[in-house]
Design a protein around this ligand. Structure first.
Ligand SMILES: NC(=O)c1ccc[n+]([C@@H]2O[C@H](COP(=O)([O-])OP(=O)(O)OC[C@H]3O[C@@H](n4cnc5c(N)ncnc54)[C@H](OP(=O)(O)O)[C@@H]3O)[C@@H](O)[C@H]2O)c1
Length: 328
């Protein structure tokens, strides 16, 4: 088999998600060679470099100047992403960026246009869309297992984070809609494959830090399928969706961040008949990293993923505009 050169990657930001998830996945992946990490704190950056056996740069610009870095992985607070995506593309680097890559649709469309103009790959990290469990669910729906689809609901909620977490700083992250709300909205886009319109939303906002803590939104597809999404950082952990149809329903749990070894279970019910399908486990982050590698090497197009990212950015703007805010 023809050998494809590993992609040399530099990681910008010594973040929690990089330490726990992404950099270990890079290390284990044949298609990636992590050559450098960059951070603001020299001791912390050195600790990352030692664990992942790579070079350390003190300052993000120094990493972008390196000739041995073909692509960057950005995991900064969301509101800083657009600036560093832009700087990275202008430095000639392909970009894999944590969600959200932009805080509003203007920023998102500017970034998509720049990636197109420079001919570089820009991919936002929604790993869950690459998990095969969703194809399985879609096949069941397409085969008529639940009849005609009537409604979709999805929740991504997490327990509160420590007091100083970036998610409580509106100016750093844009709030929990852009952190947790994006997941059920992206899931609705993935599973219904239709344009969504936002009709109503409520958000609970903390007075003290002016931080949105949680929210609910109601949307529809053009054919009238109702969509309910729930998100936030003040509930027990939930990461699930349900699809209800004229003859039955489907439920899947742990849909957004399933561990690599977790076999997903899909529950199907029709009248009094109930069936469970246990699917094969998959490492969704490794699958996304593979997509990024093949896209940079010109072996696979990322297709509509950029368009989807832009559309998602429009939906989050619409949810924020429609929302009634309750201060708590
Ligand atoms: N895809 C997923 O499954 C997933 C999961 C969790 C998080 N995320 C996303 O990943 C990103 C990072 O999240 P996280 O929880 O890992 O955050 P985090 O641990 O707080 O890391 C953010 C990093 O950004 C850098 N930074 C630059 N300017 C900063 C500032 N003014 N304040 C704070 N940090 C600053 C810091 O690195 P240096 O000090 O080294 O520069 C910091 O370590 C977010 O966009 C989040 O939405 C994605």
């Amino acid at each position: 088999m023809e050998r494809v050169e590993p992609l040399t990657v530099g990681a910008v930001g010594c973040s929690d998600v990089a330490w726990r998830r992404t950099l270990p996945t890079f290390q284990a992946h044949d298609g990636i060679r992590l050559v450098c990490v960059a951070g603001r704190d020299p001791d912390r950056t050195r600790r990352y470099a030692e664990r992942f056996s790579c070079a350390a740069e003190h300052g993000y610009e120094d990493l972008l100047r390196r000739d041995d870095v073909e692509a960057v992985y950005l995991s900064l607070p969301g509101a800083l992403h657009a600036e560093w995506v832009e700087r990275s593309l202008l430095a000639g680097k392909h970009v894999l960026v944590e969600k959200p890559y932009a805080v509003d649709p203007q920023e998102a469309s500017r970034l998509e246009a720049l990636a197109a103009r420079t001919g570089l790959v820009l991919l936002e990290n929604y790993a869950f869309v690459h998990h095969p469990m969703h194809d399985h669910v879609r096949r069941l729906v397409d085969d008529g297992a639940i009849g005609e689809v009537r409604s979709f609901s999805s929740a991504f909620t997490i327990p509160p984070k420590p007091y100083g977490d970036i998610r409580y700083h509106k100016e750093l992250t844009g709030g929990t809609l852009l952190d947790t709300g994006v997941y059920p909205l992206r899931a609705a886009m993935l599973m219904l494959d239709a344009d969504l319109e936002v009709h109503a939303a409520v958000m609970r906002r903390e007075r003290e830090r002016d931080a949105v803590l949680s929210g609910d939104a109601l949307l529809t597809t053009p054919s009238g399928v109702a969509v309910h999404v729930e998100f936030g950082m003040e509930h027990g952990y939930r990461a699930r969706y349900e699809i209800h149809g004229s003859e039955g329903g489907l439920f899947v749990d742990r849909v957004f961040t399933p561990p690599a070894g977790h076999p997903p279970v899909v529950t199907l019910w029709r009248q009094n008949h109930r069936q469970e399908f246990t699917l094969e486990a998959a490492d969704q982050l490794a699958l996304l990293v593979g997509v990024f590698h093949r896209a940079v090497r010109g072996r696979e197009a990322i297709g509509t993923l950029g368009e989807r990212s832009l559309r998602l950015s429009m939906l989050t703007r619409d949810v924020a505009r429609r929302a009634v805010y309750f201060d708590v």
